[in-house]
Design a protein around this ligand. Structure first.
Ligand SMILES: C[S@@+](CC[C@H](N)C(=O)[O-])C[C@H]1O[C@@H](n2cnc3c(N)ncnc32)[C@H](O)[C@@H]1O
Length: 236
């Protein structure tokens, strides 16, 4: 199967995707039209301004990739509209598997972004499915990117365990675009701050615990004006 020339793999049925938490919001294509990510009208400047000026996302990714350049094949999990894919390839990745459960993002907005930045079809595979159940063998990937993604998980332990499972012994995980951690006393009883989008807040301590319990070693942590980023190097 292909989406605008890019290989598309369906890991989950539409019913399975509908059952996943917050998928109704992320599959609402109409709601997307007002966002920076809507590029179907040919306006890529709005998306670029969001990534590189309004937020520090672009800087966070560049810093993380400078720490440990991506090698071989890897995955962008909850890849959204795929803005990071051309940057991963430009930094040295051979191939990127873009995993998403939002069908219009993965099959329409994403391919538009890839075409705009001249990404050749053989260097990307689009995977429609959940980041909790990755269709990769153990140790298959050299790197994994989670951009504005970890804090969308209800079950961070399950997600990070799955990330570690698919990473090679010397693999790298880039976790960027996490909201600034809150102080323990300020954390409400529920970490879920947006029941529609699925945003959660965490403390520094809970981030540390999350990585440790998945057996991941954080090699770098950076704080930005609008978020935090982690680079984990397996070194198993
Ligand atoms: C805030 S967006 C981030 C998108 C992109 N990584 C970025 O940096 O712009 C969160 C993304 O997570 C995706 N998502 C949430 N839960 C998911 C899941 N269980 N499996 C796959 N994708 C998921 C949503 O569809 C959405 O595109």
């Amino acid at each position: 199967m292909r989406a605008s020339g890019y290989e598309l793999r369906r890991w989950s049925t539409p019913e399975e995707l509908r059952r996943l938490t917050y998928s109704a919001y992320w599959n609402d294509e109409e709601a997307e039209r007002d966002k920076e990510w809507w590029t179907q009208d040919g306006d890529f400047a709005r998306m670029e301004a969001y990534v590189d000026e309004t937020t520090t996302l672009g800087r966070q990714l560049a810093d993380a990739l400078a720490d440990a350049p991506p090698r071989g094949e890897g995955a962008d999990l909850a890849a959204g509209t795929l803005w990071a894919v051309p940057r991963l390839l430009a930094a040295g990745a051979d191939k990127v598997y873009a995993v998403e459960y939002s069908e219009h993002r993965l099959t329409r907005l994403g391919p538009g972004v890839l075409e705009h930045y001249g990404v050749p079809p053989e260097r990307v595979v689009l995977c429609l499915g959940s980041f909790y159940e990755l269709g990769f063998a153990d140790g298959e990937l050299g790197f994994v990117l989670l951009s504005q993604a970890l804090h969308h998980a209800d079950d961070t332990a399950a997600l990070l365990r799955e990330v570690r499972r698919v990473l090679a012994p010397d693999g790298v995980a880039y976790v960027i675009g996490e909201p600034l951690p809150v102080r323990r006393g300020l954390l409400r009883r529920s970490r879920l701050v947006d029941p529609l989008l699925g945003d959660h807040l965490h403390t520094w301590r809970s981030y540390g615990r999350m990585f440790r319990s998945a057996g991941m070693r954080v090699a770098a942590t950076r704080e930005y004006r609008d978020g935090v980023a982690f680079v984990s190097r397996e070194g198993r």
